[in-house]
Design a protein around this ligand. Structure first.
Ligand SMILES: NC(=O)C1=CN([C@@H]2O[C@H](COP(=O)(O)OP(=O)(O)OC[C@H]3O[C@@H](n4cnc5c(N)ncnc54)[C@H](O)[C@@H]3O)[C@@H](O)[C@H]2O)[C@@H](O)CC1
Ligand SMILES: [K+]
Length: 215
């Protein structure tokens, strides 16, 4: 059976890796982005000719911005739609956004037509999702699900409850998901399958404790 962890365990392992062991969070984000990019290349069902990154303003969005930069520097066409207030973005997200600005990766806005892209990357929410999805986030998720391109999700399909597999208002229906360190328990439930699609599990150097209570 695949080992899975709760969202809280995932956040505890991230915290221990960064704050106790001392691996910088930007290093983990870089490793996450590189693995996710490689998963996307491996998934031959994804057409990477014209990719749109749907980025929230947290670290899940930061992972998405790393993927944007890697696509850009390897010659793929890529654009970014940031949802939420960039002034309130996490520190690592802001650093990644500055790097994307250096590379002049095009930005698009809420009126973007998703049908003109070949793949969407869902980097709206990961382990930070804490309430039902509404507003612009729900609009973007529903537009993404209703559009032609396949969706590759980062860590957890946005809007899916990582512990229960329930939909919190609305949720991304991904063709594939790159989950960080371990799948989250809710993602392995039968009802979550239409949302996660094929799951890639990415080892990025997060602490792998055997007994989580001692982690
Ligand atoms: N620093 C770390 O520990 C690492 C984090 N990683 C990535 O970072 C993710 C977690 O990042 P964050 O903790 O920044 O959280 P998220 O990026 O998942 O969420 C961002 C923020 O959205 C807000 N939010 C929650 N529910 C909402 C809702 N329904 N509507 C609107 N806003 C809502 C919350 O304030 C939350 O902090 C992981 O899933 C993973 O993708 C990876 O880069 C690996 C290392
Ligand atoms: K996501």
């Amino acid at each position: 059976m695949t080992q899975s962890i709760t969202v809280e365990q995932s956040r505890e392992l991230d915290d221990k890796t960064i704050n106790k062991i001392g691996i910088p969070s930007m290093v983990l984000m870089e490793r996450a982005g590189l693995k996710i990019y490689q998963d996307m290349l491996d998934n031959k069902e994804l057409n990477l000719d014209n990719v749109l990154i749907l980025a929230g303003t947290g670290n899940n969005g930061g992972d998405g911005l790393v993927v944007a930069r890697l696509l850009e520097t390897h010659g793929y066409k890529v654009s970014i739609l940031t949802v939420g207030n960039p002034d309130h973005a996490s520190e690592d997200h802001k650093k990644q956004a500055r790097i994307c600005d250096y590379y002049q990766i095009p930005k698009v806005f809420m009126n973007a037509n998703f049908d003109k892209y070949t793949t969407l990357v869902d980097a709206l929410f990961g382990s930070g999702l804490s309430r039902n999805v509404g507003g612009d986030f729900a609009t973007v998720i529903d537009n993404a699900n209703g559009s032609a391109p396949k969706i590759h999700a980062i860590d957890i399909p946005s809007g899916l409850n990582g512990d229960t597999g329930e939909v919190m208002g609305t949720a991304i229906k991904a063709a594939s998901t790159s989950t960080i360190a371990y799948p989250k328990v809710g993602m392995l439930k039968d009802e979550a399958k239409p949302y996660t699609g094929k799951i890639y599990v990415d080892d990025i150097g997060i602490y792998r404790g055997n007994t989580f209570e001692n982690a």
